[in-house]
Design a protein around this ligand. Structure first.
Ligand code: AMP
Length: 283
């Protein structure tokens, strides 16, 4: 049985723990999460272990990135299981602040990002989202001061937004993306997959199938518009309400008209039942 990670919940305790962790001059990686950990999160932790001497994981369900009509209250909280997984992975530190520590009375500041944060993808459907994400991630970077931070490609726009922010604001953190981990049938792992009814769970892989098929057609020389239109039709036919299925430049997220303007990333968001899922693939 591995030694459990050091668990800290207050800023003074975090500072003390970091002083000890950093004494051996080891590099430090941070994996920010909202808990309800699955193999996707574990893959970030494993990459972190490969690239840094010490690994910290933050678990904080960030109220600022949920709109009033979203699932903040219902978001899964699975502390015991999360702790067991992070112990197994030999994580050094868990930073688990409460909302009052992150947003003390009178809190009145926000990190405002443009560029990829205004690409017209997630921001079009969740206008509050990136303001909440950048502010909390900026705070996590200031609190933990990691050398490296790992984010999943699953949240592709978020990865681009956070990487841009870290560069623009000279935060001294290298932001690294990690490949999407999928279920055997292709569905991208997500803490929200547990909301799916058995029937919707069975339909959900249609999202990845549509992305893969569209990417294949584009690689084979088909025009973007018909490949995406067919993908959209198959997603709708599987019972989803589609927010977007788009081809974007993989770095800037700018709209793209032809394959030669790439590298292309195909990104999708759609709701089945009451569960909104996102996914993406490279072309
Ligand atoms: P969350 O707890 O959902 O906020 O996710 C925390 C981090 O894990 C984010 O950087 C996500 O992009 C990443 N992540 C979530 N699901 C996956 C997945 N299936 N594969 C890889 N990374 C993921």
């Amino acid at each position: 049985m591995s030694r459990p990670p050091v668990i800290v919940r207050t800023l003074p305790a975090l500072r003390r723990a970091l002083d000890i962790l950093r004494t051996r001059n080891a590099s430090l990686a941070l994996v920010p999460t909202m808990g309800a950990l699955h193999d996707g999160h574990v893959s970030l932790v494993r990459q972190a272990k490969r690239r840094a001497g010490k690994v910290a994981v933050s678990i904080f369900v960030n109220p600022a990135q949920f709109a009033p009509n979203e699932d903040f209250a219902a978001y899964p909280r699975t502390w015991k299981a999360d702790l067991a997984r992070l112990t197994e992975e030999k994580v050094d530190l868990i930073w688990n602040p409460d909302a009052k520590t992150m947003y003390p009375a009178g809190f009145a500041s926000k990190i405002l990002t443009e560029g990829p944060a205004l690409a017209g993808l997630e921001d079009r459907f969740r206008p509050h989202f990136f303001g909440g994400v950048t502010t909390v991630v900026g705070k996590l970077f200031a609190q933990v001061r990691p050398d490296l931070a790992l984010f999943g490609e699953k949240d592709f726009q978020q990865l681009r937004v956070v990487a841009r922010m870290a560069r623009d604001l000279d935060l001294g953190v290298k932001v690294m993306g990690v490949q999407i981990v999928r279920e055997r049938d292709g569905l991208a792992m997500s803490s929200r997959n547990r909301y799916l009814s058995p029937e919707h769970r069975a339909s959900a892989p249609a999202l990845y199938r549509a992305l893969k098929e569209a990417a294949k057609r584009i690689r084979a020389g088909d025009k973007l518009a018909p490949a995406l239109a067919e993908g959209a039709a198959s997603i709708t036919a599987a019972g989803f309400k589609l927010d977007y299925l788009e081809a974007r430049h993989a770095e800037t997220l700018a709209p793209i008209a032809a394959r030669k303007d790439g590298p292309i990333r195909l990104l999708v968001a759609a709701t089945i039942g009451t569960t909104r899922l996102i996914d993406n693939v490279a072309v």
